[in-house]
Design a protein around this ligand. Structure first.
Ligand SMILES: CN1C(=O)N(C)[C@H]2CS[C@@H](CCCCC(=O)O)[C@H]21
Length: 123
């Protein structure tokens, strides 16, 4: 299939949206993550993301990116995943993520990292 280019708008199963700006010749990209849910009670704002993808020709590239929730939370999320192109040409991103919340003391360090997985499709 044609190479998987992450540029564009994606939505995941939580209803969060991700906008990837252009992917450069090294596979590096930046964008914004528009989260649908949050554990903070501050108003949610779009948050910057930076990442890198492989530029395989088969359209099934792996990638990773980091979201800094700097606008409303002290947390950071990292995602890793792979792009799959379905037979009908539709692309789906299968990802795993780690969300690290800032905690007040070392004694709370054990409970500061959440993990999960979800999929994104193009909006
Ligand atoms: C909405 N989300 C989403 O689309 N995820 C894949 C997971 C991993 S990042 C988290 C949102 C964190 C928001 C900032 C915070 O509450 O600390 C959750």
């Amino acid at each position: 299939g044609k190479p998987c280019d992450l540029t564009g708008w994606w939505e995941n199963d939580l209803g969060s949206k991700m906008h990837v700006l252009e992917v450069d010749s090294e596979g590096n990209f930046s964008g914004e993550y528009h989260t649908a849910v949050s554990s903070t009670d501050k108003p949610i704002q779009p948050s910057p993301l930076v990442g890198s993808q492989h530029l395989d020709k088969d359209g099934q590239c792996t990638f990773g990116f980091t979201v800094n929730w700097k606008k409303f939370s002290d947390s950071t999320a990292v995602f890793v995943g792979q792009c799959f192109s379905g037979d009908n040409g539709n692309e789906v991103l299968h990802t795993s993520w780690l969300l690290r919340e800032k905690v007040d003391s070392l004694t709370s360090d054990w409970k500061a990292t959440r993990t999960g997985h979800n999929t994104f499709i193009r909006t």
